[in-house]
Design a protein around this ligand. Sequence first.
Ligand code: ATP
Ligand code: MG
Length: 283
Amino acid sequence: MKALKIAIQKSGRLNEKSVELLKNCGLSFENYKSSLITSVANFPLEILFLRDDDIPEYVQDGIADLGIVGENVIKEKEVSVEYLQALGFGKCTLKIAIPKEKPLNYIDDLNGKSIATSYPIILQKFLDQHQIKADIRTISGSVEIGPGLGLSDAICDIVSTGSTLRNNGLEPFADVLSSQAILIGKKDIKEHSVVEELLQRVQSVLRAKETKYVVLNVKKEGLDGILDILPGVKSPTVIPLAEEGWVAVHTVISEQDFWEKINNLKSFGAQGIVVMPIEKIIM
Ligand code: ATP
Ligand code: MG
């Protein structure tokens, strides 16, 4: 079978997580930094290492069948590709930021201002939606120094922690787009059996990441209360302990749920609670 191609970022913020995801899907490949393409030993797939900016077009044009890239880049390139799966990493927000010493109150206050950005397409759509007429200055990097240099009144750039903004005397003013890494595919590739298989593996890795395997001990009297709190994939497993009158409860729960429920579990007498990571969940 002819191998399909997946494009991932060669180096940068998405590279490591993209490689990790594919490896967690059981794909075995050498991650040579110097090569542009590598083949997977145990799956009909080749991996292309590219600048992230090139990935959406490569996928749209069918040079790659699949790609992993930030939603911010996909939207900016205005390509026609299919979103196969949001991947939960590379999270960031495209924001408009303004100088601290020249605060604005309302979004309309951007009218007539100049905004420096590397995302002119996304920004223009945002401004149109809010019926704002502003002057977009497209620059390719170091957007955050724009206001300091007198190049623009505001900027529109990717923010994750906000420290770059602060270091440049800027503060967030409006959220334009929240983004994460997305697995994209060229049109109709979703029906390809290799893509179906890969997508299943990706989804089982993602499910496993957000769920934990929990084991706890409880006296039989407390069991009903515990079972009411814990849903489990089907239902929790209950196993008698050597000590008379006690049982162990095994279940799978989302990490978020777990933190919300832990005090409740304790109040029904749960003891010796052990939380373990899960590698994969196949549904
Ligand atoms: P390339 O050399 O591939 O063009 P790049 O410099 O354009 O890389 P990176 O800085 O590596 O891109 O960021 C890649 C993607 O990571 C961004 O497009 C965005 O989707 C995501 N991302 C997550 N957090 C951040 C952040 N704090 N700053 C910038 N991008 C982030
Ligand atoms: Mg780039």
